[in-house]
Structure formats: C-alpha cells, structure tokens
Design a binder for this molecule. Structure first.
Ligand code: DGJ
Length: 330
C-alpha cells in the first residue's frame, strides 16, 4: 500500500516538473495565431494594439499593458526569432502626479516606437485619453528614450494641427521621413501628418486620406507603393478590414476591398489590425498583426500573426492555425 502511494507521488512530481520545464525550456518554433502566448517567465504576453521594431537583429514588441479593463502603461518584449519573447518590463509607466497628462487612469493605446537617426533617440507615439474623460481628449502622446527598452520619458500630448487623434500608427519612409497615421473627426476621417525632423511633433503637412469611418491603421510599403490596412469602427468587436493602395504616401488612396480571405475573413478572423511588420533581410515578406480583443478581460486578448501574400499588388491574408517563417522562403 505504502509503495503504491510513493509511486503515485513520484508520478505526480515528475508530471509537475515536466510541465514546468515545458514552460521554461521548450522553445516555440512556429506561430499559433489566436492561441495563448507566454513570455520567458510563463506569463501571458501583455502587449496589445502593438508594433514591432528591429534593433541590432533583435525585435522589440511594444504594446498596451492591460489589466482586465485598465490601461497600465506600455510593455516591451524582445525576441530574436519572433516566436519566443522575453519580458523587458514596462517601457512607459503612467504617472503618480495628478497634474500629468499620463496620470494613472489615463488610456494609452496603440503605442509604436521608431528610431531617430539624427537625435539618436527612440521615439514612442501612442493614442492618449486623459484620466476620467472617456475617449473625448483624442490626443497623440509622445515619449522618448536613449535605450530601446526604456524607461521612456513622457514629452507631451496634443492634437496634431488641432485634429482629434485616436487610433494611430507610425511609418518611417526610406528617406527617414516619419509619419503619424490617425483616425480623426470622431473616427470619420483617416489622416496622415509628417513628423518634425526630431519626430517629437507633427508638422503642417497634414492630409485627409479618406472619410470612410476607419480605424486601426497599419501601413506598409512595397516596390514604392503604399498599402494601408484599416478596420471599421465597432469598439472591441471584430469587423471587416479593408485595403487602400497609393503611389504617394499622401495619397490618393484607392480602395481595394477586403484583403482577408477564407473562413471568418469578413470579421478579420476575430481580430483588428494593429501593425504590418516587414521581415528584415527577406524581400517582400510581411507579417500582418492583429488583436483579438476580449473586452471582458482586455489583458487576455489574443494576438494574430499571419503572413501577407502579395502577387502583382494583390494582397491576401488567409488564416493559418500554425505556420513558420520559412514559408517566406518558398
Ligand atoms: C477600437 C480601437 O481600435 C481600440 O484601440 C480601442 O480604442 C477600442 N476601439 C475601444 O472601444
């Protein structure tokens, strides 16, 4: 009888230690869109509405740190392979000072980081809503750091050229000019504005791209054409994506319909666009990144990474349960 108990105990202990080593030791070798995704500590990755930047062969993923509902600053993770992510902590914290624009209780959404070669600073822009004001402030926030992982120092928040600024993204063009793409006028308009040379403010080259009630902009460039994926405006609920294409960054942007294909395409596979990542060192390799929001528990929202297929300017993105970067070699 005693021997049997000992045997059971040993079995249990080995199962527990196997699970622990599976969490800490086993490296991921592929993407599983929509699945639970853990960092190097076995915690769920908490980087929503995010974007990725490559620095010295390391990818850094910045995104919203969320509680069940609360916005808790901007998290950053690092990775060499895009599958396995190390938690680098809070890149931008909310402030304890009630007079600060980013005092605790504010909303920080869709953070993106770019590098300014002239000032040698990493510059973060994000959608900022002031504490207790719902989504009424509609501002862009800017923060900087000498180090990619931060801590970032908050600089200022404003409406670019007086325009409301909610969902947003940043784009750096081949000539080093940077742009802020943003939903404006109660999300009716999608606009683009060029940033000042130091990337800390918007300049006056500020253009309406289209008035089609779109948000969640994700812009990428291939063969001197600009491709812009956006979502509709239905809060946290998924809706249909669309693609616009232009020959100049300021437009005109031509509507090309929904680039998502296959089952659940009309709802962007339950997700909402946040970023398109050009894969370093691989020509014409892009990854579409989206959030599958869980409004009841925002921190538990899932991530969708999918390959972008482009054949003669026709963009298609289809669902894959599991895939590897080597599909870009084919
Ligand atoms: C949709 C936006 O894309 C999100 O970033 C967030 O602001 C939600 N709306 C809030 O409802």
């Amino acid at each position: 009888m005693r021997k049997k108990h000992l045997f059971c105990l040993l079995l249990l202990l080995s199962a527990v230690s196997y699970q622990a080593s599976a969490q800490s030791g086993n490296k991921l070798k592929s993407f599983s869109p929509g699945a639970l995704w853990h960092d190097d500590h076995g915690e769920l990755i908490n980087a929503h509405g995010g974007g990725i930047i490559l620095v010295n062969k390391v990818y850094y993923w910045f995104g919203e740190k969320r509680g069940a509902q609360r916005s808790e600053g901007v998290n950053v993770y690092s990775s060499r392979d895009l599958y396995n992510w190390k938690a680098e902590g809070l890149a931008l914290a909310q402030s304890d000072d009630p007079a600060s624009d980013i005092t605790k209780g504010c909303l920080m959404e869709r953070p993106k980081v770019i590098y300014n070669k002239k000032t040698k600073k990493y510059v973060m822009w994000f959608h900022l809503e002031l504490n207790g004001k719902g989504y009424a402030a509609a501002r862009a926030g800017v923060a900087i750091s000498d180090k990619i992982t931060g801590p970032y120092q908050f600089i200022s928040s404003f409406r670019p050229n007086g325009n409301m600024s909610r969902d947003m993204n940043l784009f750096v063009d081949d000539d080093g000019s940077a742009y802020h793409i943003y939903s404006s006028d109660e999300n009716m308009d999608l606009r683009i504005v060029k940033l000042a040379d130091d990337y800390l403010t918007a300049n006056q080259q500020d253009t309406l791209l289209f008035r089609r009630q779109r948000e969640a902009p994700a812009l990428f460039k291939k063969d001197s054409k600009y491709y812009l994926i956006t979502s509709g405006c239905t809060g946290w609920a998924p809706n249909q994506a669309s693609l616009h294409v232009a020959n100049s960054i300021f437009g005109p942007y031509v509507l090309k319909g929904d680039p998502m294909t296959g089952e659940n395409a009309a709802k962007t596979f339950g997700g909402q666009s946040t970023f398109v990542l050009p894969l370093a060192g691989k020509k014409d390799a892009f990854i579409f990144i989206a959030d599958q929001w869980n409004p009841k528990d925002l921190k538990d929202s899932r991530y969708v990474f999918l390959p972008v297929d482009i054949q003669e300017e026709k963009v298609s993105i289809g669902w894959l349960d599991n895939w590897k970067l080597d599909r870009f070699n084919k």
